[in-house]
Every structure is written in C-alpha cells, then in structure tokens.
Design a protein around this ligand. Structure first.
Ligand code: PLP
Length: 395
C-alpha cells in the first residue's frame, strides 16, 4: 500500500480526531531518526511526543525486550513477576515515593492518582475531595483527567463534567492559596507545563505550593508524565526544584515506546488503598515492566543525566541565538531536553513545522505560535546543530 491508499482507508475507517496528520508513512527508526517507506530520513525532535527516550533500536533495550517476549508478554496481576518487583524497587530507590502502581498511559496514571488522593481522605473520615489544577495544564483525555486539564478546548465538547475540580492561574501562589477550601484534597501540577506550551514553574512557586500543602494538610501530586524519566536533566523534574510530591505520576518515557504509566506515592498515602480499590488488566505486565526497568537502567548509568543536562543547555543557547537574530522569534523556554521556541503572532508554528518536515525534521506546533522540541535523550549536539541550521534557513 502506498501512503495515498493508507490515507484513504484512514479517512474512511478511523475516527476523525487527528486533523492534519503529516504525510509520513513510518517504516522504521534508528538512533534519533525515523525512515519512511522510500528510505527518506527524518531527524525526530518529537520522539513520539516524549516517549522514545532512548531513540529507536537501542541495542540493549531491543535485546531485553526480545528476551522478555520469548519468556512471557502478559500475565495478570493475580500473579507475581520478578520484573514487576524489580521496577517497583527501582522506582522507590530513585524517588521520594515508596510504592507504585502500574497502568498503561499518562491519563490512567493521573486517574489513579486522583482516586488515591480522594481515598486518602475518605480513609481518614474527612470530606475532602476537591482537586485544584492550573490553567494551561494538560492531564489527559479520560473524563476525569480532561476535567482536571486547564484548557477549555479539551473539555467543552464533553459537558457536563464531573464535579470536584478547580483551575487557577499557573505560577500564581496567591491564586492557589485563595482557591484552597476545607474540601481540597490535592493540588495537581506539572513542574513544567508541556502541552500548554512548555512553561516551567518558578522555584518560589513550587516551594510555596509545598508549604501551602503542608500547612493545609493537602496532598501534592506532580504530573511528571512528560517531564519525568530524565527529560529535565534529572530523573524527575521535581529533583531539579528540590520539592517533593506526595504522589507522582509517570508515563511517556518510562517504557521507552512500550505503553506503561505509573503512579507512585509515599507509603502513608499509598496505604490508603485497600484490596479492590484499584486494578487493571494490562498495567504492569512483564513486557512493559521489562521495558521500563531497561530504560531506567540506561538512564541511571553514570553520566547519562549529566549528558541530558549539557545537551539541553546547549540546545537552549543555540535557540536563544535565533531569538537574538530574528525579531519574530521571541522566546525560548524549558528545562533539559523539553524546550519551546515562541514566535511573534505573525508566524504560524504549524507552517514552520510543515517547512521543517519538508527539510526532514520532525517537531511539534504545541500552540499556535509555539514550537516544542522533545528529542530522544540520546540526541547529539551535531543533530541539534542540523535542526538549528534548518530553522535559521527558514528565517
Ligand atoms: N499528563 C501530561 C503532563 C501529559 O503531557 C500527557 C500527554 O501528553 C498526559 C498526562 C496524558 O498522557 P497519555 O496521552 O499517555 O494518556
């Protein structure tokens, strides 16, 4: 089948939720590049929306997955597997949380985190259920996580929405303080807002939020579905800020391409769950856990995270030079290898994305005038230089 036939089938038989897919028929990937059926190569600075942390075809990762596929892909959570225990232990040893639960996606991880926050107070006999999130946030597409999301466009078509959610301006501590009531169970935030346009929280904000949570006895949930697993230059972005959550959610990079989500919590919080409170068929299956354990092993090797930090700083400096040279390129934002370039309102990010696509670079127009970059963490400075040159040529 050629791409035109595939597009026809898709139009007829796939639900019309992805407007304007790019005319790229992916065949295979290698390193940070994707190749189409005609062998054309694309530098992938989106990495499956921050998923392919190790790029494509990483030999250690592929070997581990192949071995796992031959042993067992799936068995239910009625039974134990060594690899799931390995993952639980590794996450506990490398985070401020003690216990985890494995799901299949970011939305599911957040959904579970919200259930846990509500159950925590229910178990204490307290009538606290409200979750406060931030404007411009993104937490997923299920009914609960779309309600938690601070962007009207994602919620409007699905009203009435479930009660118990509130959003307030991001990076505004006074607004958060004002929103807290005796019904508040948790504050849920992305340390760097991703889908909203790559806006990092300020240091004072996250410190202030932690303090507010402690003062009011509220749980702090960090949604690190996008920022987690090395993207920020630390394993988790909260470590960049030195502000610890009570509940932490992960997905995207955790499986390096195999779907897995997770929510983690301090033992005192996690133990509010009782048998039967939560569960899943697929979550935490041996293949997904093997993928996650392998990703973590590689990312936690000496020098890997320092490399992410260094490459992120280099990338940011090079993008900053574009700001200085072009009046329509107005700002660089982000942390580690999660960066955005903001254009003036004369420039459409989608048009730039299409022009870069034609030149063999995959990036993402995350908002109308904002380009987002989420390359595999194994990206090299030479790859970054190539992308910067390509952007420069467009101006
Ligand atoms: N939370 C954040 C911060 C995200 O960026 C995303 C996805 O982009 C999600 C949650 C939802 O994840 P998923 O698409 O895996 O359900």
């Amino acid at each position: 089948m050629d791409i035109h036939e595939i597009m026809e089938i898709d139009k007829k038989h796939f639900m019309p939720v992805y407007s304007g897919r790019y005319p790229l028929l992916v065949d295979y990937g290698k390193g940070i590049k994707l190749y189409d059926k005609d062998g054309r190569e694309y530098y992938d600075f989106l990495a499956g929306i921050g998923v392919n942390a190790l790029g494509y075809g990483h030999p250690v990762y592929i070997k581990a997955l192949k071995e796992q596929v031959e042993k067992v892909i799936h068995c239910s959570n009625f039974y134990y597997t060594e690899v799931q225990a390995e993952l639980e232990k590794k996450l506990a040893e490398n985070s401020s949380c003690d216990k985890s639960f494995f799901a299949n996606s970011g939305a599911e991880a957040n959904e579970g985190a919200i259930k846990l926050a509500r159950k925590y107070f229910k178990a204490k006999g307290k009538d606290r259920y409200e979750i406060i999130t931030a404007d411009r946030s993104f937490h997923g597409r299920t009914m609960i996580t779309v309600t938690a999301t601070g962007q009207e466009k994602y919620k409007k078509p699905f009203s009435p929405l479930p009660p118990g959610f509130k959003t307030v301006p991001f990076n505004d501590l006074a607004a958060m303080e004002e929103a807290i009531t005796d019904k508040t169970a948790a504050i849920m935030l992305e340390p760097v807002q991703g889908e909203g346009g790559v806006y990092p929280a300020s240091q004072e904000y996250l410190e202030g939020i932690r303090k507010l949570c402690d003062e009011h006895g509220i749980l702090l949930i960090f949604d690190e579905v996008q920022t987690g697993i090395g993207r920020s230059g630390s394993l988790f972005a909260y470590q960049e800020y030195g502000v610890e959550p009570d509940i932490l959610t992960l997905a995207k990079g955790l499986g390096g391409g195999v779907p897995i989500g997770a929510f983690l919590a301090r033992a005192e919080v996690a133990d509010a769950f009782e048998p039967g409170d939560h569960g899943t068929t697929f979550g935490g299956n041996p293949l997904a856990c093997r993928a996650a354990v392998t990703v973590l092993d590689i990312i936690l090797e000496d020098g890997f995270l320092a490399g992410v930090k260094e490459k992120g700083e280099y990338f940011k400096r090079e993008l900053q030079k574009l700001v200085e040279k072009n009046e329509d390129v107005i700002e660089v934002r982000g942390l580690g290898l999660m960066l955005a370039l903001e254009f003036s309102d004369k420039i459409s990010a989608s048009e730039i994305t299409m022009e870069l696509f034609k030149k063999g670079f995959l990036v993402n127009a995350v908002q109308e005038h904002t380009l987002r970059f989420l390359p595999p963490l194994i990206v090299e400075k030479e790859d970054i230089d190539k992308l910067i040159n390509a952007i420069e040529e467009l101006f």
